[in-house]
Ligand binder design. Structure first.
Ligand SMILES: *Cc1c(COP(=O)(O)O)cnc(C)c1O
Length: 384
């Protein structure tokens, strides 16, 4: 089956007991053991639950991986994957990483003896220079948040493997529909399934998928040992959302591409960052390693006053953190995703108060353009 068919006819999509065309929600913590010599497939729901298993088998099939794992959040997936490493191990982490990943790798993991170096992974020479004999992993995202900078996936994989390290990619922004990193040599892919994978702004969940059995055993030991597992009802919500991943993203990408071009032509907009624009620095590299530009873009208005006025004037698009849902969400990196970053560091990275990030949803494009137009027009005349 091809990708869109797999989304619908995923592992566990038909209940083997009743034939129901929806994976049953096994709301159970433990399972009857009739034969002590032959323990059942499921014995205790932290170790395994059939609904979670259906989701874990599904992400493994979609990613072309060896085994999938479902966690209670994207951060639980990321932290559990990083917990396969040990004190004294060195990790290279992209400097544009998700704020929660930055927090975990800068304040929590160092207390357990991890060495972490932040590197601009769009610069492969900088990555090479950061490698040490103790380097065990290169962890990165592409495109990055919020400036959509593009990292060369094959390049990172080559550096990691040359030094016996694993390449770990947070693929939340693209989902397995637009890129399948394991096929490019990445060893572990992680997702905040809260975003595009579940897609309806109604569940917090995380997924990981690994390339080989050795890594599967190491990640399973942490999943079962730390226990940050996804509950059966939330696993079902993710499976339900996944069925429409392709149709949602196809439509959102069309909206995002049109909106990015529309924004580029507006006099109130100083810059637009979107991998789908030919003017974007990473456009060609992104096109060579993915099947689409995704549905997240960012843009700059004249200044912080205009940006805040834009947010206040929006009538239909929501102002919030998060992304990847059916509704268009505009976020303000300086007070939201990057609030914890010191101001000089933000300025160095171009994350300034004139910058807005948009996750483009499934609304009618005309409504979106009308909403953005009235918000932009108002902001240039009314410093509210
Ligand atoms: C949201 C997000 C996360 C964290 O996921 P949660 O489900 O909120 O824990 C990690 N990485 C990226 C890129 C994200 O956007």
């Amino acid at each position: 089956m091809r990708f869109s068919s797999l989304l619908v006819h995923h592992p566990g999509a038909v209940d083997p007991v009743t034939g129901a065309l929806s994976a049953p929600i096994y709301q159970a913590s433990t399972f009857q053991q009739d034969d002590l010599e032959n323990p059942p497939r499921f014995d205790y729901a932290r170790s395994g639950n059939p609904t979670r298993q259906a989701l874990e088998d599904t992400i493994a099939v979609l990613e072309g991986g060896c085994r999938g794992f479902a966690f209670s959040s994207g951060m639980a997936a990321i932290s559990s994957v990083l917990a396969i490493f040990s004190a004294g191990d060195h990790l290279i982490v992209c400097e544009d990483s998700y704020g929660g990943t930055y927090r975990a790798t800068s304040t929590i993991f160092p207390r357990f003896g991890f060495d972490v170096t932040y590197v601009d992974t769009t610069d492969l020479d900088a990555v090479r220079r950061a490698v040490r004999p103790t380097t065990k992993a290169i962890y990165f995202e592409t495109p990055s948040n919020p400036l959509l900078k593009v990292t060369d996936i094959h390049g990172i994989v080559a550096i990691a493997h040359e030094h016996g390290a694993v390449a770990i990619l947070d693929d939340t922004f693209l989902s397995p529909y637009l890129v399948r990193p394991l096929g490019m040599g990445v060893d572990i892919v992680v997702h905040s399934a809260t975003k595009f994978i579940a897609g309806h702004t109604d569940v917090v969940a995380g997924l990981a998928c690994v390339a080989d059995e050795g890594l599967a055993d190491r990640v399973y030991a942490i999943q079962n040992g730390f226990g940050a597992v996804l509950g059966p009802h939330d696993a079902w919500l993710v499976l339900r959302g996944l069925k429409t991943l392709k149709v949602r993203l196809d439509y959102q990408q069309r909206n995002a591409t049109a909106l990015a071009r529309w924004l580029e032509a507006r006099p109130e907009v100083r810059a637009v960052y979107y991998p789908g624009l030919a003017t974007h620095v990473g456009h060609d590299l992104h096109a060579s390693q993915s099947d689409g530009p995704g549905a997240v873009l960012s843009f700059r208005v004249t200044d912080g006053i205009a940006a805040r006025a834009f947010l206040a004037r929006l009538k239909m698009a929501n102002v919030a953190v998060s992304l990847g849902g059916v509704e268009t969400i505009v976020s303000y990196p300086v007070t939201m995703s990057h609030a914890a970053m010191p101001e000089p560091e933000r300025a160095r990275r171009g994350i300034t108060d004139d910058l807005l990030r948009v996750s483009v949803g499934n609304e009618d494009l005309d409504d979106l353009e009308e909403d953005f137009a009235q918000a932009l027009v108002a902001s240039s005349t009314c410093p509210c």
